[in-house]
Design a protein around this ligand. Structure first.
Ligand code: TMP
Length: 213
């Protein structure tokens, strides 16, 4: 039987490349569906026709071929279309939307990583999302060494960046979590997959209880 929520719920997963968020977001969607919730699992950049095109440009273009400003605008463009085409309609249907990366990725990667102005990126995010923010965000924290060790060998344009870049991004996620303690929950991503998932469920249960039935 379908479980009822008072309204759609928007959950995002964040962290440096190789933190395990894609595995955990898939696992959470399957778990919630089994419990009877209607779920829409999605990701950025991508999951709509324009988003897929832009994902290819953003990740497959040769190193050095996109300026930082171009990169930020393309992520924002993909986000605007994804919000309008996928996220908002699912939330309006009362579903739980689970999104692998969202606004915090732009602050961490284009802000801390590329050195673009954070205030501008916040305004750009607000424009791209039309003000939509996640209800809950899980940041999976792993060391840069773990992240590098877990990644496959055929790196995309962003994964090619070095240790310093990823350390800046990891620090930015910690700062975002400090600044948004209500929304952002930090999860120890170094633990094994089951333990990471247990931490996520523990933080999610009280939140869903307050949203539902
Ligand atoms: P993924 O590998 O988790 O699918 O994410 C694609 C890459 O894009 C990842 O290296 C992070 C990066 N990214 C940004 O730099 N800014 C953004 O706003 C988003 C959504 C992703």
């Amino acid at each position: 039987m379908d479980k009822k929520l008072n309204k759609g719920v928007f959950i995002t997963f964040e962290g440096i490349d190789g933190c395990g968020k894609s595995v955990q977001s898939r696992r959470l969607a399957a778990y919630l569906q089994k419990k009877g919730y209607k779920c829409r699992l999605t990701f950025e950049p991508g999951d709509c026709a324009l988003g897929e095109e832009l994902r290819r440009v953003l990740l497959k273009s040769p190193a050095g071929s996109l300026s930082a400003r171009t990169e930020a605008l393309l992520f924002a463009t993909a986000r605007a279309q994804h919000v309008d085409e996928v996220i908002i309609p699912a939330l309006k249907r009362g579903e739980i939307v689970i999104c692998d990366r969202f606004i915090d990725s732009t602050i961490a990667y284009q802000g801390a990583g590329r050195g673009l102005d954070i205030k501008f990126l916040q305004a750009l995010n607000a424009f791209a999302t039309d003000g939509l923010e996640p209800d809950l965000t899980f940041v999976l924290r792993v060391s840069v060494a773990t992240s590098l060790g877990r990644r496959k060998q055929d790196f995309d344009r962003i994964e090619e960046e070095g240790k310093v870049f990823f350390s800046l991004i990891a620090d930015a996620y910690s700062l975002l979590a400090e600044q948004n303690p209500q929304r952002i929950k930090v999860i120890d991503g170094e633990a094994d997959e089951d333990k990471v998932f247990a931490q996520i469920c523990q933080k999610l249960e009280p939140f869903l209880a307050s949203e539902g039935e």
